[in-house]
Design a protein around this ligand. Structure first.
Ligand code: ATR
Length: 286
């Protein structure tokens, strides 16, 4: 028989004190009444591979990986999901028959949050992504798989957008993925059903994302992956214009679901109570 009490998981990062995963998984373990623990560990760059390989011997079923270790974890895994391969980064690992598996659940988390919040949304959406960094990279494949009819990427540094689009076309040759010039972003948004900020602009301590949403269609959904603050200036502008909005906290909550299910054997739910638990923490530190 399996030793239920031995199930443990953790988040690794450098630093890791700010990580909110322990709040999410701790909430689920407690409310579901499951034995187990979710911890955090600071791991130095260069030591990720050794640390992950030693997880089973130390009683861990797997881990979440946060900044700056997602690429190092990606290079360490024996097997990767398609979306992790497309993202070039891993945020969730677990073991199967002794082999280390890696997934990237950020994009899935975004789409789950989107579907839960707007179940009636247009599935064949034209998507405009602002930014071409790691976060954008993780979103595109799950968006295409959720039915998006096209994805346009616009980024301050255009070559980075071009490189990202090339990689995504290699991963999904049938998908319609293109770039738009950063200077033309206000024009590009007029076509979009879903606009997503994946840049760091608007995050606490960063300048705001400057974009005029005046040209957006009235039924457009405007999303931000930033969740501190919960409502960025970008989302506030969208709300003031009567557009539907989606904040970054929901993505954080939903991205945690697959990991928990792998490690603890039960699929947890993202509920208003879980969200309130996280909102309280964000507001406490504001
Ligand atoms: P992440 O992994 O969180 O996506 P990243 O890879 O550093 O982080 O990417 C940050 C994104 O924010 C990039 O798209 C970046 O644009 P560049 O590729 O041109 O650097 C974008 N970004 C950051 N600061 C910006 C600014 N002041 N104006 C416009 N875009 C900015």
């Amino acid at each position: 028989m399996k030793d239920e009490a031995a199930k443990k998981a953790l988040v690794i990062g450098f630093p890791v004190a700010h990580a909110r995963s322990p709040l999410i998984h701790g909430f689920w373990l407690e409310t579901l009444g499951l034995p187990g623990a979710y911890e955090r560990a600071e791991v130095k760059p260069g030591e990720v591979s050794t640390f992950l390989r030693a997880l089973p011997a130390n009683g861990y079923a797997g881990a979440n990986i946060t900044v700056p270790h997602k690429e190092e974890a990606f290079r360490t895994c024996d097997y990767l999901t398609d979306r992790a391969r497309a993202a070039g980064a891993v945020n969730t690992v677990w073991f199967e028959n002794g082999a280390l598996w890696g997934d990237n659940t950020d994009g899935l988390g975004f789409v789950s949050h989107l579907n839960q919040t707007y179940p009636d949304r247009k599935k064949a959406a034209k998507v405009l992504i602002l930014g071409a960094g790691g976060a954008a990279r993780g979103l595109i494949l799950p968006l295409v798989e959720s039915g998006a009819s096209s994805v346009t990427v616009t980024n301050r540094s255009h070559p980075r957008a071009e490189a990202l689009v090339q990689d995504m076309k290699t991963a999904r040759p049938d998908a319609i993925i293109s770039t738009a010039a950063w200077e033309d972003r206000a024009a590009a948004l007029a076509q979009a059903d879903l606009i997503i900020n994946t840049t760091s602009l608007g995050m606490k301590g960063q300048p705001p994302l400057e974009i005029d949403l005046g040209g957006a269609k009235p039924d457009t959904i405007v999303a931000d992956i930033v969740y501190v603050p919960l409502e960025t200036a970008f989302l506030a502008q969208a709300r003031a214009r009567g557009l539907r909005t989606l904040d970054g906290l929901g993505m954080l909550l939903h991205q945690a679901v697959p990991g928990f299910e792998h490690w603890f054997g039960t699929k947890p739910e993202v509920t208003p109570a879980l969200r309130a638990h996280l909102v309280a923490d964000i507001e406490k530190k504001a």
